[in-house]
Ligand binder design. Structure first.
Ligand SMILES: Cc1ncc(COP(=O)(O)O)c(C=O)c1O
Length: 425
């Protein structure tokens, strides 16, 4: 079995034995594996029974599809993945889809899907003997990288847009020991800076421009379809920022189909926030160039991205799966979040874009009656407690809290009638 890197623009190939993030032509690289015969549904099912091995991780269970060559001693794992799928009738009614489920990637060790990419990226950094890892982040990437770097005793540098990262995430990056550099600019500027700095100072870059991150994120789809007894849904819906997941999901589905692990390919729907929707505009207008958004805005800070690095890979994924790109407003995102939260599932705002997107696509008739749909919740409710509190206290500018659950203030002396009124009303 062999693996190598290949440029998605000019096709040039590179060995994986040297650190490289882009082709000489500037194009993005993808990892190509020569899969052996040992890949089968049976072997992956057998491994779900294992408890005391790295193969119990929801990422490394699929080692042959992720990084066949890496040795066990180089793997930096926190038993990531193995996240649950939830069904709730209230949620089905809200989106208008009978068979609607969510897969909760917020159940990963640091509370977001990023752990799936980081276990592979940090393991690869270790395999190639790197000591310092770096990323730009809207929050979750930095939290995850800091945790995995600490696990591997590596130094971790993160560039974040000052004042634009939710507290739950920033506090994690600091607590896990990441060196946090706050920059005066948005995520896109942080991304540019970290790429330049990594090149100059020899830092191992762990944003999703690093193709190994996407190899890890492919396992969201592998695991989902395995949990559904290898019967794919009709649609998989994912929130979209830097487009790592959209790209990884497309690659995962293509590989599964080619390897005979699935018979049909589900459609992918990639959902952006309305005022941060460069990919939506590019797809809608069939532009051959990315239509960058200079000043992206949205309450969903994790997807406040105007210049997504993975847009070309993501476009391939949407085309391969005969999928769609959609956009939703902040109002739709926060309402969808309130409904998911009230089902006892909970998620952060960016994740709720995939619920709002499902609802919109059903209303438009893109998702048809009887379709089986899975939305991916990318991050945990507690990542961004401010946005939740501000919604329920009606303090989010421009957003009407249609499903708010405002705390009730009681006077010092409370009589029984008053209590009866607030409890049973
Ligand atoms: C919670 C959450 N959802 C969605 C995204 C966007 O994912 P992608 O960059 O893969 O499109 C991010 C990225 O930071 C995130 O943290």
């Amino acid at each position: 079995m062999s693996s190598y890197l290949k440029c998605i623009d000019c096709g040039r190939e590179y060995s994986i034995e040297k650190v490289r993030f882009r082709c000489e032509c500037g194009g993005l690289l993808e990892v190509i594996h020569g899969f052996g015969n040992e890949v089968s549904r049976k072997i992956f099912d057998e491994r779900r029974k294992i408890w005391n091995s790295f193969l119990n991780s929801g990422v490394w269970r699929f080692k042959e599809l992720v990084h066949p060559l890496i040795k066990k001693e180089d793997i930096v794992s926190k038993q990531e993945g193995n996240t649950n799928i939830y069904f709730h009738e209230k949620l089905c009614r809200y989106v208008g889809i009978e068979e609607f489920m969510v897969k909760h990637e917020g159940e990963n060790p640091t509370g977001s899907f990023k752990d799936r990419g980081m276990t592979v990226g940090v393991s690869e950094a270790k395999r190639l003997k790197n000591k310092v890892v770096a990323c730009a982040s809207t929050g979750n990437t930095s939290a995850s990288l800091a945790a995995y770097a600490a696990t591997a005793a590596m130094k971790c540098i993160v560039f974040i847009p000052k004042g634009k990262v939710a507290y739950g995430k920033l506090s994690q990056a600091l607590a896990y020991g990441g060196r946090v550099l706050e920059i005066n600019g948005n995520f896109d500027f942080a991304m540019k800076l970290v790429q330049e700095t990594s090149k100059k100072l020899g830092l191992y870059l762990l944003n999703s421009v690093n193709p190994w991150r996407l190899e890890g994120q492919k396992t969201i789809v592998f695991e989902l379809i395995q949990q559904l007894n290898w019967e794919p849904p009709d649609w998989i819906i994912v929130p979209a920022g830097n487009l790592g997941n959209t790209s990884a999901f497309g690659k995962a589905l293509k590989e599964m189909k080619e390897l005979g692990l699935i018979e049909k390919v589900p459609h992918l729907a990639s959902i952006q926030a309305e005022k941060s929707s460069p990919f939506y505009e590019t797809w809608k207008k069939k532009s051959s160039k990315l239509l960058v958004v200079e000043e992206p805005e949205t309450v969903a800070t994790a997807i406040r991205i105007g210049n997504p690095v993975n847009w070309k890979k993501a476009l391939k994924a949407i085309k391969y799966t005969k999928g769609v790109v959609e956009k939703v407003t902040d109002q739709e995102i926060m309402d969808a979040k309130a409904v998911v939260d009230s089902c006892g599932i909970g998620c952060e705002p960016a994740s709720a874009a995939s619920i709002a997107g499902a609802k919109k696509l059903r209303e438009k008739g893109v998702i048809e009656e009887g379709d089986k749909v899975v939305s991916i919740l990318t991050g945990h409710l507690l990542k961004d407690p401010d946005s939740t509190m501000n919604y329920h206290r009606n303090k989010l500018p421009g957003i009407e809290p249609r499903f708010c659950n405002t705390p009730v203030s009681l006077p010092k002396e409370v009589n029984e009638n008053k209590l009866r009124e607030v409890i049973f009303s």
